[in-house]
Design a protein around this ligand. Structure first.
Ligand code: S3P
Length: 433
């Protein structure tokens, strides 16, 4: 599927979005570890999160979908059995890494694999700590990537210093430590998204956050509870960016997740001169939620670096697109993790900025982008690198420069299946082809 986008203005309206991807994964993977019944509302029905649900069903979890809600009847990890088939996790790094943490203590062998992109992503980052806890995990092709063969065992708690900022790695260890003997202490120098910690606490786990340390005691019984999942901030960011880039626009996005470990994009957008207002802020299931109103904006270049990076890591393709239309230079540093995402995002962004004629440079850990240096052309053809966030970010260029075609956009179904429909509703000139 390709996406065609034409010049648009007056993006107007109120938008509600499906639930946050990270929280949906965690609800799918953690609720079955609890005891009792629970209903999850506003779950994200996208390919990645459905892969997490399907994997748990393969392990024996009782999960049903009814009237757009996900219903769990949970009997804990002890009710699971390793499946007699390999578990396919598609494009989803979160599914494979978090599930590995659960399988690390489940007796028997499980085999995990995914699509071409997932099988290229680094897995040593989870193999190493989970092995230290006592699990046997082997990369079948001996390349530290999936397919992964896991033989669960009795685990012991560990002390672990995170050497890369990764919520997936942290969460994998936390899920393993739930059934480990003793205490696990994770030290995070740079804070990453904390949805796992918040959800575990909400479900009754004895988990403590003490400065950089996360402390969890093994052998706890969790209680299933209903969860309402706020709208995905990373999806909302595309609407924020589009409204800012187009003339005469004003959009309200409702019930958006505003967890500070996720909203670094708003800080950068503010520094760029973006016009927005956050209101109706409240708390739901230990997560912060609010509404965002955004208007057309004149943007300027910024420096994006340091500890803010993990809080906006998924929004960097979008920041690069905003930077191309901003006045002045934007420098993005400390973001080497972008090279290990669904594509090497530093290279994918650079390739597409060059199609726009933008003066840009890559660095090992980021990009330098000269704002407003794009060339006016009849049309632009971008390549998605089969990466959902690259596809969606560069689609937005069409709202400003007209006649954009983005190739190979099937993968938007992994995180934001309604992307095109949501933009059509607010006046966006966007079609699938
Ligand atoms: C995620 C963590 C981040 C992020 C990904 C989702 C999560 O990955 O890029 O889209 O749900 O924990 P890393 O933990 O690899 O940085």
């Amino acid at each position: 599927m390709n996406i065609i986008v034409k010049k648009s203005y007056s993006l107007k309206g109120r938008v509600t979005l499906q639930g946050d991807k990270s929280i949906s994964h965690r609800a799918a993977l953690i609720l079955p570890l609890c005891h009792g019944d629970a209903v999850v509302k506003n779950f994200l029905f996208a390919e990645d999160t459905l892969n997490s649900l399907k994997a748990m069903v393969m392990l024996g979890a009782d999960i049903k979908i009814k009237d757009n809600h996900v219903l769990f009847k949970s009997r804990g990890l002890e009710s699971f059995k390793v499946p007699n088939k390999a578990i396919y996790l598609g494009n989803s790094g979160t599914s494979i890494r978090l599930l590995s943490g659960i399988l690390a203590s489940l007796k028997g062998y499980s085999l995990l694999y995914g699509d071409e992109s997932l099988c290229k992503r680094p897995m040593k980052r989870i193999i190493e700590p989970l092995s230290r806890m006592g699990a046997y995990i082997s990369s079948i092709l001996r390349n530290d990537k999936a397919p992964l063969l896991i033989k669960g065992d009795s685990l012991i708690g560990i002390e672990y210093d995170m050497n890369i900022p990764s919520a997936q790695v942290k969460s994998s260890i936390l899920l393993a430590s739930l059934s480990a003997n003793g205490k696990t202490v994770i030290r995070e120098k740079v804070k990453t998204r904390d949805h796992t910690e918040r959800m575990l606490k909400y479900l009754g786990a004895d988990i403590k956050i003490d400065g950089e340390k996360i402390i969890l005691f093994g052998g706890q019984k969790l209680q299933a509870k209903n969860i309402f999942i706020p709208a995905d901030f990373s999806s909302a960011a595309f609407i924020i960016a589009a409204a800012a880039l187009t003339d005469d626009s004003q959009v309200i996005i409702e019930n958006v997740l505003l967890n500070p470990t996720r909203t670094g994009f708003l800080k950068v957008f503010e520094k760029m001169g973006g016009n927005f207002e956050v209101f109706n802020v409240r708390e739901e299931n230990d997560e912060i939620v609010g509404d965002i109103k955004v208007w057309s904006s004149n943007l300027k270049g910024v420096t994006v670096e340091g500890d803010i990076i993990p809080t906006l890591i998924d929004e960097i393709p979008l920041i690069a697109v905003l930077a191309a239309f901003a006045e002045g230079v934007t420098v993005i540093s400390d973001a080497k993790e972008l090279r290990y995402k669904e594509s090497d995002r530093i290279e994918s962004i650079y390739y597409n900025l060059k199609i726009m004629g933008v003066e840009a440079e890559t660095k090992e850990d980021g990009l330098i982008i000269q704002g407003k240096s794009f060339k006016r052309k009849e049309s632009y053809e971008f390549y998605s690198f089969k990466d959902h966030r690259i596809a969606m970010a560069f689609s937005l260029v069409g709202f400003v420069l007209d006649n954009v075609l983005v190739y190979d956009c099937e993968n938007i179904r992994t995180s934001f299946p309604d992307f095109i429909d949501v933009f059509k509703k607010i006046n966006g000139n966007i079609e699938r082809r």
